[in-house]
Ligand binder design. Structure first.
Ligand code: SF4
Length: 100
């Protein structure tokens, strides 16, 4: 079965040794890689759903810090409750905090 993968090519190893189980593990991986072709569901709806799962994840902060350390162009999808475009934007501000 396909697991979460980025174009980095692998499920991040830190997740397998993390002190808690990632919330995303019990959800379809595709939810975290939204696309316009995902069964007619809107991209924004998919993003919102994935972010809600991340918000309840005990690994949120660790995951977000990890995602921010990855090359922007090489990490697709939602990680640590952020999309790639949000990571790009937040990187410019030098913060990992999202204000909504
Ligand atoms: S923060 Fe989101 S992407 Fe990261 S491990 Fe948790 S549920 Fe998965």
């Amino acid at each position: 079965m396909r697991r979460f993968e980025s174009v980095l090519g692998e499920w991040p190893s830190w997740i397998d040794t993390a002190p808690h189980s990632p919330a995303c593990r019990s959800h379809p991986p595709d939810l975290f890689f939204p696309s316009a072709t995902s069964g007619g569901k809107s991209v924004s709806g998919q993003v919102k759903k994935a972010k809600a799962i991340c918000d309840a994840c005990p690994l949120l902060n660790i995951c977000r810090e990890w995602a921010f350390r990855q090359p922007i162009q090489q990490l697709h999808g939602i990680w640590g409750g952020t999309t790639r475009s949000e990571r790009r934007l937040l990187r410019k501000t030098g913060t990992t905090q999202i204000t909504s």
